[in-house]
Design a protein around this ligand. Structure first.
Ligand SMILES: [Zn+2]
Ligand SMILES: [Zn+2]
Length: 358
């Protein structure tokens, strides 16, 4: 068995429901033959992190170190790992394990986030019962299948921008690739935030004509700069009506109100597709008649599998797609979480371990 660099991992854990984390250490899993130990440099804050810290999603098992937008360097690798070397700059996203067997009906068609054996990066259990712990920490040990090389161009040019691509990036890009968004399609993005500002860039880079929908008119200029052709202020009925029946795709990246969802159908071209990426409270209301008469499909999308995560990184590097971020030293993590919890993050927060160490 290979010995790792970290006998204990120092992290920032939620100890009980709330919005604060505190220093906490744990003994990491042994490094198996196909595992990699990563020294973490940057860790993005995702909206899911806050839900887990607060205990809002059926059962958080405290202490929980969250964080699933991880970038760092390989410091140790198991005997069977051939595709990585020590020193490689790599990322880890929201998933750290799936069976990846040919006889798995989900893994064998690239839907590994839906594998029954999935282990998420934090607040999830490995087969041996041990809890996974995430990226607000000095290091992480994970299966090499869920470690991704960061393209050279990103390593050279502000590596911290790569972190949010590991969840927010792949979450928005995956359904565009799976649904086949292409040049000339009219694509709507509802919600201009952590996901939405990346979705605009991906849709635009794919050649789509991008319509952005937000109730914050001050975001118009930014949307246009990110690649949108149209900005619709959702508080203005006339502007909304001007977009009726236009869209081939609509990506809903903000929670909104459950009863707004039926109105989204009016924006769709016949046979268009609405993709849900955020979780509103309660059940969304959609009329069967609207769906039948428009032929609109309504679907959802959960992170992205191994193949799509690789594509996300390559495509982002090629098209220079990067999140708009705010940086915090890791030791200021509670300030960062409060900022995020107040809805003030523009648009993703990246925690910097190096800044804390220097
Ligand atoms: Zn599987
Ligand atoms: Zn996430």
């Amino acid at each position: 068995m290979v010995q790792g660099k970290f006998d204990v991992i120092h992290g920032w854990a939620a100890m009980n429901p709330g919005t604060k984390v505190e220093p906490w250490t744990y003994k990491p899993r042994p490094i198996g033959p196909n595992d990699i130990e990563i020294e973490i440099q940057y860790s993005g804050i995702c909206g899911s992190d806050l839900h887990i810290i607060k205990g809002e999603w059926h059962g958080t098992s405290y202490p929980a170190i969250v964080g699933h937008e991880i970038v760092g360097r390989v410091v140790t690798k198991g005997e069977k790992v051939s595709e990585f070397s020590e020193g490689d700059v790599v990322g880890v996203g929201a998933q750290v394990y799936a069976c990846l067997q040919d006889d798995c009906g989900q893994c064998n068609r690239g839907l590994d986030p839906h594998c029954p054996s999935t282990v998420y990066t934090y607040n999830s259990k490995y087969a041996d019962g041990e809890q996974s712990q995430g990226g607000y920490a000095s290091a992480i040990r994970v299966d090499a299948n869920y470690v991704f090389k960061i393209p050279d161009a990103m390593v050279k040019d502000h590596l911290e921008y790569a972190a949010p691509l590991m969840c927010a990036g792949v979450t928005t890009f995956a359904p565009m690739i799976r649904k086949g968004v292409k040049k000339g399609d009219k694509v709507g993005i509802v919600g201009i935030g952590g996901l939405g500002h990346l979705a605009i860039q991906y849709a635009s880079a794919l050649g789509a004509e991008v319509y952005t929908f937000s109730h914050s008119p001050y975001k118009k200029q930014e949307c246009l700069e990110l690649g949108a052709s149209h900005f619709i202020n959702t508080s203005n009925a006339e502007e909304v009506e001007s977009a009726h029946h236009k869209l081939d795709y609509l990506f809903v990246t903000s929670k909104g109100k459950a009863d707004e969802y039926n109105d989204f159908i009016s924006l769709m071209n016949i046979g268009g597709t609405i993709v849900l990426l955020a979780l509103p409270e309660g059940k969304i209301g959609i009329g069967a008649g609207e769906v039948i008469f428009t032929g609109v499909s309504i679907t959802g999308s959960l992170i992205g599998g191994i193949d799509i995560l690789k594509q996300t990184l390559e495509f982002s590097a090629k098209h220079n797609i990067r999140p708009i971020i705010e940086r915090y030293p890791m030791e200021k993590i509670n300030d960062a979480l409060e900022h995020m919890n107040n809805g003030k993050a523009r648009y993703r927060i990246v925690l910097d371990n190096l800044a804390s160490r220097n």
